[in-house]
Design a protein around this ligand. Structure first.
Ligand code: ADQ
Length: 494
């Protein structure tokens, strides 16, 4: 297990589990949310006696949230997290809506994905964002104080997660300085960091950049995002920068910038794929093409469906021999843009199925919902081709999960270069999702690829992803902040 020399305070928009009311007892219970981040990071928080600061998912309008202990039968990574290790952030619903829907999802999400036409700039939402970040910062300082009182020798490591908390670092540092508390602050962004040309559209870009620079260490998935950030700091704030060493000097502090590509619990997916019963019949005649995404406009779903339709027009031999299975998790369903995207997809799929279906075959199967990881692993394993073709994506974990689940005859991964994953998964078939004709040619190539070539590509992808799994990511992070316990490099053995 990866170990940290410092007690860790994870600060994220959400707690690592969902709270659900038991109607019979009237008490809240923990319901697991099994994301990769939680799986990897929660054990370090448990092991270092650290804390997790996050919104509970409830609006109690001033009332206290009582965090329940884990159920004795709980085997999840957060089971070891005692209630006193969890600090819930409680925010009044209107303010939360302005911060979360108004600023995070209506401004930062599209802007950071280089889709500025979709971004809304509104000073009131920005003010709400500032206020909520201050509240997160206030509770983080409570966490730092708690840990320091327990062990004054150790410097707590605060790890801020994602675009919800871009402004928290400076407030945390100022309050810690005032109270004489030592602290190390790191940040990790899960989405892309855009180029200066895009960032400069944000009216308060200087404040935002200064907010991020309040950290000691800043992590992005890939080098391109690091360089974009460094570029913005130089051009907007006039900071001295070193692109080779990835350093930014700000207010006489030097901030380290690190490419830290996130990954998945590889062995867990591999084992799930080996154990799961068959979910789709993938006989020699019927090949499954799979798409798995949150239903989001950045994921390029309509472009993908268009390319699939074109495939059936251009290569009619695939009719009745291929099924495209799209699994989409509902996301941000209360936002108009997402509702419109869903309607658009429903119509496209209906039209294409109407156009090509025969008595025994429909070209597209569509599941709109969340499915279990075991089931997902089986879908990955039993599909001949996976289409991971976002228009823009920080990393994309689906590409990695698909690779981990190829435990039998390998399939083919078709990957967009506009996902962070496209940066390293070079043996995938790369495709520009905006170019429909080339896209359908690439699907055709994947469907007709000789077995030897599939094996060669997939084994190489698997070797890399097995080595660089989520534990490797966590280890690299701790190393980047000089908190990795028993770092072999320090002993001179690497
Ligand atoms: P997301 O945008 O959510 O994450 P992604 O990395 O693809 O994107 O992760 C999606 C996760 O949801 C995967 O683990 C997948 O298995 C799961 N999932 C998808 N469809 C599902 C379904 N129908 N049922 C159940 N589970 C489903 C953000 C960034 C990404 C970055 C991650 C991690 O946008 O670029 O890779 O954070 O940093």
């Amino acid at each position: 297990m990866v170990q940290s020399t410092s007690p860790m305070v994870v600060v994220a928009n959400r707690l690592p589990f969902v709270l659900k009311k038991n109607e019979a007892t009237g008490l809240f219970e923990r319901k697991q949310s099994a994301g990769g981040l939680v799986t990897a990071v929660a054990p370090v928080v448990v092991e270092t006696g650290g804390l997790w600061v996050g919104w509970s998912g409830l609006h109690l309008e001033g009332k206290e949230v009582v965090i329940p202990e884990a159920d004795p039968s709980d085997k999840s990574p957060t089971a070891g997290l005692k209630s006193e290790q969890v600090i819930p952030v409680n925010i009044e619903s209107q303010l939360f809506d302005d911060y979360y829907n108004g600023q995070c999802n209506a401004t930062f999400w599209p802007l950071f994905h280089s889709m500025p036409d979709r971004a809304v700039f509104n000073e009131d939402k920005w003010k709400a964002y500032r206020k909520v970040n201050e509240e997160f910062a206030r509770l983080t300082v409570v966490a730092v104080k708690k840990l320091t009182e327990r062990n004054p020798e150790q410097v707590p490591l605060v790890w801020l997660q994602d675009y919800h908390l871009l402004l928290a670092a400076n407030s945390i540092r100022a309050a810690c300085d005032e109270q004489g508390l030592r602290v190390k602050i790191a940040f990790f962004l899960h989405i892309p960091f855009p180029s200066w040309d895009i960032m400069r559209l944000f009216p308060w870009d200087d404040e935002l950049l200064q907010g991020i620079l309040g950290c000691d260490s800043i992590g992005f998935h890939i080098e391109d995002y690091c360089l974009n950030f460094i570029d913005c700091c130089q051009r907007r704030l006039g900071c001295r920068v070193d692109r080779e060493q990835m350093l930014v000097e700000h207010n006489s502090f030097t901030v380290g910038v690190h490419p830290l590509p996130i990954s998945i619990p590889y062995e867990r997916f591999c084992q799930m794929a080996m154990a799961a019963p068959q979910v789709v019949k993938n006989n020699e005649k019927m090949q499954i093409i799979l798409g798995v995404d949150r239903l989001d406009y950045t994921k390029g779903l309509t472009h993908r469906i268009k390319a699939f339709e074109h495939l059936l027009e251009k290569y009619p031999e695939h009719k009745e021999n291929v099924t495209f299975l799209q699994i989409a998790v509902p996301s941000r369903t209360d936002v108009k843009e997402y509702q419109e995207l869903k309607e658009n997809l429903d119509q496209m799929i209906g039209r294409i199925n109407g156009r090509f279906s025969t008595p025994n075959w429909s070209p597209i199967r569509y599941i709109y919902g969340c499915i279990s990881h075991d089931q997902l692993a089986a879908f990955y394993r039993d599909s001949s081709v996976a289409l991971v073709t976002p228009l823009r994506d920080g990393m994309n974990l689906v590409a990695k999960e698909y690779v981990a689940c190829q435990t039998g005859d390998p399939g083919v991964l078709v990957l967009s270069p506009f996902a962070g994953a496209g940066n390293s998964m070079l043996e995938a078939l790369q495709v520009n999702p905006f170019e429909t004709n080339d896209f359908s040619d690439t699907i055709h190539r994947a469907l007709t690829m000789p077995k030897d070539e599939k094996e060669l590509r997939m084994r190489q992808l698997q070797r890399r992803e097995r080595e660089r799994d989520v534990e490797f990511w966590l280890q690299s992070f701790l190393k980047s902040v000089d908190c990795l316990k028993d770092d072999p490099a320090k002993k001179g053995t690497m």
